[in-house]
Design a protein around this ligand. Structure first.
Ligand code: ADP
Ligand code: ASP
Ligand code: MG
Length: 407
């Protein structure tokens, strides 16, 4: 009979210092001593990745992305080695690996590489020797043998992908909160921990700013049906299960409120109001790989209209270049940017079958006298762009309006 296999991922705050690394080792050893095979995925210590990026910024404003990956991948290499030592100290066999060593193959799109496949043989060999296998999260190796990284928060993706490749019985994500909450508990202290959430809702929440899970990892989990247990590394309480179908709870319309602060609004003024203008502008943006999020076109006056859209701040310099070029080509006016915005969203599968959800959201903001600048909706979410300065207050008001803390 094959032994049970568990993948456990520990995020940066869970391994922020030697004491915490020892605690993680303890937890891994306990699991191991229950007779299970354990594969551990670890992130870089604390804020290491941010610190490495800041170092790079002090050298160059526009560093080659290949070198950024070389730099960032060092963070996880430190934590796997230290954790292996800590586990050995407790009397269990452990061995650490980089992504490359365990065959995590990716494409060559540095800093946001896509997984191609994982050759799990080396891991299986080491597990068969009775060792705990520790894998560096967030990194892989490209078809050109270059080190790559999987996008911020990418250790979640490493864990989910390994759970799938090894056909693990469980995938546990250990972090600094007790699970997935109805809103970021740092913003809404009385937010409620969800017992379970569906892949679709978690994917929306993650894409719309709930940092607790990386969105791409949920995409992969959904595709291969890998159940995920998000829980705290500082307690033994049950966390949140992310699975195919969260329990049918039809009375729950909204599962969570999220906030995204890293978007900027761009406005092209006086765009001629005739066919083909939007096509021309957004075609040029797409050609430069710029992902446009929300778009609003105002009512025209005197044959011209303003077009506003949002992009992630990281893309703002390139967006401005392309937008100015496009504006000149179509005979539009100047291009303005606004970094003082935030995007607030509500997510819930129940919205599919309930009406009045948008009205309730807008009313909550009206009561707080918060102006809505842009709106977009999909089947299971509603997003509004508002002033960043009011964002946290708005999250609390909406959380309250939908009764999310009283479950
Ligand atoms: P790790 O280092 O373990 O990967 P992250 O910082 O990436 O941890 O994610 C955990 C953080 O996500 C929490 O500290 C919390 O502030 C934030 N967060 C945002 N939205 C939510 C939410 N809906 N539920 C839980 N945590 C959230
Ligand atoms: N250390 C990487 C980051 O900070 C990956 C991760 O933590 O998941 O983004
Ligand atoms: Mg994370």
């Amino acid at each position: 009979m094959s032994r049970s296999l568990i993948v456990q991922k520990f995020g940066g705050s869970s391994v922020a210092n030697p004491e915490r690394i020892k605690r993680v080792a303890q937890r891994v050893v306990e699991t191991r001593r229950q007779g299970r095979d354990v594969v551990v995925v670890v992130s870089a210590l604390g804020d290491t990745t941010d610190e490495l990026l800041e170092l790079a910024r002090q050298i160059s404003q526009d560093p080659p992305e290949r070198e950024l990956d070389m730099l960032m991948a060092t963070g996880e290499q430190v934590s796997v080695a230290l954790l292996a030592m800590a586990i050995e100290e407790l009397g269990e066999d452990a061995i650490s690996f980089t992504g490359a060593q365990v065959g995590i193959r990716t494409d060559s799109s540095h800093t946001k590489a896509k997984l191609i496949d994982i050759n799990a043989r080396r891991i299986q060999q080491e597990l068969a020797k009775g060792r705990v296998v520790i894998v560096a999260g967030f990194q892989g190796i490209s078809v050109n043998q270059d080190i790559t990284t999987l996008g911020r928060g990418g250790s979640d993706l490493t864990a989910v992908a390994l759970a799938e490749a090894l056909d693990a019985d469980a995938c546990e994500i250990y972090t600094d909160v007790e699970g997935v909450f109805t809103a970021d508990p740092r913003i809404v202290p009385n937010a409620h921990k969800l017992k379970s959430i569906s892949y679709d809702e978690m994917l929306e929440m993650a894409s719309l700013g709930a940092q607790v899970m990386q969105a791409r990892s949920i995409f992969v989990a959904k595709r291969f049906d890998v159940p995920i247990h998000v829980r705290s590394s500082f307690s033994s309480r049950e966390g949140t299960m992310i699975t195919k179908a969260a329990k049918a709870m039809e009375d729950i319309v909204v599962s969570g409120v999220t906030l995204q602060r890293d978007e900027a609004k761009v406005t092209i003024r006086d765009v001629p109001d005739k066919p083909g203008m939007a096509a021309q502008i957004f075609k040029e943006l797409a050609a430069q790989d710029i992902n446009v999020d929300m778009i609003v076109q105002n009512v025209s006056r005197e044959g011209a209209t303003d077009v506003s859209f949002t992009v992630v701040k990281h893309d703002l310099p390139a967006t401005l270049r392309v937008a100015r070029h496009a504006a000149a080509r179509v005979g539009a006016g100047d291009v303005a940017t606004d970094e003082g915005v935030a995007k607030l969203s509500i997510v819930g599968i129940g919205m599919r079958s309930h009406s009045g959800v948008a009205a309730k959201m807008f009313e909550a903001m009206a009561r707080e006298r918060i102006n809505i600048e842009m709106i977009s909706t999909s089947e299971i979410k509603i997003s509004c762009v508002i002033r960043k300065a009011h964002a946290e207050r708005a999250v609390r008001a909406i959380h309250q309006a939908f009764g999310l803390s009283r479950r």
